[in-house]
Structure formats: C-alpha cells, structure tokens
Write a protein that binds this ligand. Structure first.
Ligand SMILES: Cc1ncc(COP(=O)(O)O)c(C=O)c1O
Length: 423
C-alpha cells in the first residue's frame, strides 16, 4: 500500500482529515486509493484487487463501470455536458420515476441526497406553514442543519451527538424519537401538532447498520401524520430502487406525501430528487413560493447515467443477483459470525449488517449496544483478504448485479478466514 500511503500523506495537508467525506478516513491506518474499478472489483493504486461491498455507499447497484451506463454517459458527453437549459433526458428519467412511484406526480432533480432532504423539509414547511419536524434517532438524511441531530452514518461512527455550528434555534425545531416506537412518536407528534410540518424517516434505516421497520410501523407513521396534519417524508435515498423498483413504499405498501431519492437514480453520478403529489410539488419555485435552484440540477450526464441504470433495473435480473448474493452472505454471517460471536444479522433485499453481541436491533440505541470494535475488526481482516466492507457498524453491506456466484464464493472464503482471527 505504498502509493496509497504517499497519496494520503499529501492529502492530509490539503483536506481536513485527509479526505473529502469523513467516513473515507475511517479505513485504517490510512485509506487506500483507487485507480480503476470494474464490476464488483476495485483496483487500488498499489494494484490490489478488492471485492467491493461499499459500492460508493449505495449507488452502484449495477456494479462499477456497467457497459450500459458507460455507453449512455459517453453518448451524452459527445452531445455536451451542461446546457443551463431544460433538456430531453431529464424528462425521460422523470417519466420513469413517476411510472415506478405512484406517490410521485412531479419531481425536482438536485445534486445530492442532502439537497433533496433539505428541499423536502423546506417544501413541507412552506406547504404546511409550520416549522417543526420529527426525525428518528440514528436516521441520516444528509449534512444540513435541520437533520444533523442524532444522525447516523459518519456522525455516529465518530460518536458525535450532532454537529458543531448548527444553531440551537435550528436544532430545537427537530424533534427526535426512537425508530419502531409508535407510542413515543404519537405522543411527541400530538404534543407538537400545532407546529409540526413533517415526519421524515428512512423507511429502512441504512445509516445505523440496517434496521427494518417492524410490521405495521410505517402504516402507523402514515396514520399519525394524517391525524396531526404533518407531511410524511420517506427518505428513500438509499432504499429507492434498491429494495425493488418501487423502493420501500412499494415493499411496505405505504404512500408518503414527499419522497426523496438519490444514489441509484444518478447511476453513480451526483444526484438527488424530491418527488410528491402535484399539489405539494407546485409549491416549489418557479410555480410556487418555496425556493430551490441549482446550476447543476438535472445535470445531463447524471440524467443519462440514471436513465441507463433504471432501464437495466427494469430487466429484473439485477435484483435477483444482488438479493441472492446478499442472502448467501447474510446466511454465512449467521452460521459463522453469529454462531461464534453472537449477535444478529439484519437484511432487507441487498443491504445488510451484522450487529455483533446483541440479541435484537430494532432501533438506534440497540445498534449502539453492538460490539463496534468487533465489526471494525471484521472490516480490517476482510480488507487484508481483499474484500472491502464499510469501515463502520453504522453503514451497510451492499451487493450489486456484479456480485455473482464466483464473487460471493470468494467472499465467503475470505469471511470464514477473517472470522477465525477477529475477537
Ligand atoms: C438516507 C440518506 N439520506 C440522505 C443522504 C445524503 O445523501 P448525499 O450523501 O448524496 O448528500 C444519505 C447519504 O448517505 C442517506 O443515506
């Protein structure tokens, strides 16, 4: 890893912590640098080939450098890459999403999941004329002020309660309740009904490991939102197109008022989207008073990559391969990791996590009780055996269309070996 070390030493003088997003620095003793990638494999600058279960933290459901995405991007690059005007591909991608998500009549494309949830919350506030939001402990909705309160992902990994620099006046408007706890949610929602604009949730928590909703939980959210006049926002930045074409809302049969998407819909390029009922979406500028704008919104290259990705997803095989891979690895974790060290494996479709040494994980405080160090040791030992999983318990393993049988076989061998030496 000589070249990676050299690069990281330079990076440390250029970027805070040496990186441009905190979780990247959690790979110890220093992050590896990648020069190429293909299918399920990352190639480092030191010519190590790693089987990748991070997949850019979720977007690459087709694997790296899928030929259909590459072709669409190349074609778009030849037409040009920025117009500052509307263009046809944004319409094509929006039509697909609208056809797959019955809760979405209209869309606004932005550049990240962060922008998507920021815009969704502003929209909910503008539409309802109210200010407070409820979020769930350990859910991560990006890096903006309103949602950096008890957030998951890197916020949890680094043990932060939130973020410095967020004014208390802003965090006071964000009420936090435990996931899968209807009674507390109902109590807090009713107490704050007068000023409650929205309930925002990751329908399957994917930033505190993987935590599925309990039977009926999301339906109760719908009921409580209706009874209190709050809008229900499903943050499907991870789950959208990952749990299936129609995301978590199709899987669990619950219709949110606003959906945020990201990751997969950009095919690996920067993206976010806010979608919802026409009546709500028309509140966005220029048709309404809630401001949103962006130089790069609906970037042509992103739209082309997203469209090619979704067209491939419509063929069905992707979910079959990715889910089978996830199922096999999750089963191996149950048979080997849980058998040896205890714990539980939570899996939904092609995302999963092993929580060592706990019996059940149905909310963030359960996840906190798991053995984080042991999870990290597994990351370290797998990396030595050329398998890359996220360097944190508060992330997920993701699989893709490129994680076929051979790739999984190799992974299972590495996993068995790694599990022998962690403790
Ligand atoms: C559920 C969820 N919402 C929002 C975000 C923020 O997206 P981005 O990193 O594209 O800003 C993430 C990122 O991981 C996420 O997992």
């Amino acid at each position: 890893m000589k070249k990676s070390l050299e690069l990281f030493n330079i990076a440390k003088s250029l970027f805070p912590g040496g990186v441009n997003s905190p979780i990247r620095a959690a790979v110890k003793p220093y992050p590896f640098y990648v020069k190429d990638a293909n299918g399920a494999v990352l190639v480092t600058v030191d010519d190590v080939e790693l089987i990748d279960y991070v997949l850019g933290y979720g977007p690459l459901i087709l694997g790296h450098k899928h030929p259909k995405v590459l072709e669409a991007v190349e074609e778009q690059l030849h037409r040009d890459w920025l117009y500052g005007t509307p263009h046809e591909v944004e319409i094509e991608l929006a039509k697909k999403i609208v056809s797959h998500y019955p809760s979405i009549d209209m869309i606004r494309f932005v550049n990240s999941g962060t922008e998507a949830t920021m815009t969704a919350i502003r929209l909910a506030r503008g539409y309802t004329g109210k200010n407070k939001i409820i979020k769930f402990d350990g859910c991560y909705h990006g890096a903006h002020d309103s949602v950096l309160v008890k957030a998951g992902s890197a916020v949890s990994h680094y043990g932060l309660p939130g973020s410095a620099g967020v004014p208390e006046a802003v965090s006071r408007l964000t009420l936090v309740v435990p996931f899968n706890d209807v009674d507390t949610l109902e109590k807090v929602a009713k107490e704050n009904e007068e000023d409650l604009a929205a309930i925002i949730v990751e329908p399957v928590m994917g930033n505190a490991g993987v935590i599925p909703p309990k039977e009926g939980f999301l339906k109760e959210l719908r009921r409580i939102a209706d009874e209190t006049g709050a809008l229900l926002i499903f943050d499907e930045v991870i789950t959208g197109y990952r749990l299936g074409i129609g995301g978590a809302q199709a899987k669990y049969g619950v219709v949110p008022d606003i959906t945020t998407l990201g990751k997969i819909i950009g095919g690996g390029f920067p993206v976010g989207a806010v979608g919802g009922k026409r009546e709500i979406m028309e509140y966005l500028t220029p048709s309404g008073p809630v401001f949103n704008a962006g130089t790069f919104n609906a970037h042509p290259v992103t739209m082309a990559a997203g469209l090619a990705t979704i067209e491939e997803l419509e063929r069905g095989y992707v979910y079959e391969v990715a889910n089978t891979a996830a199922e096999r690895i999750a089963k191996a974790l149950e048979q080997e990791a849980v058998a040896k060290y205890g714990g539980i494996v939570n899996r939904v479709a092609s995302m999963f996590q092993w929580f060592p040494r706990v019996e059940e994980v149905s909310n963030y405080s359960d996840a906190q009780k798991a053995d984080k160090e042991l999870a990290l040791r597994l990351h370290e030992e797998l990396l030595k055996r050329e398998v890359f999983i996220a360097p944190s318990l508060f992330e997920a393993w993701f699989t893709s269309a490129a994680h076929g049988e051979d790739v999984v076989d190799k992974t299972l061998e590495a996993l068995s070996e790694a599990l022998k030496v962690i403790s």
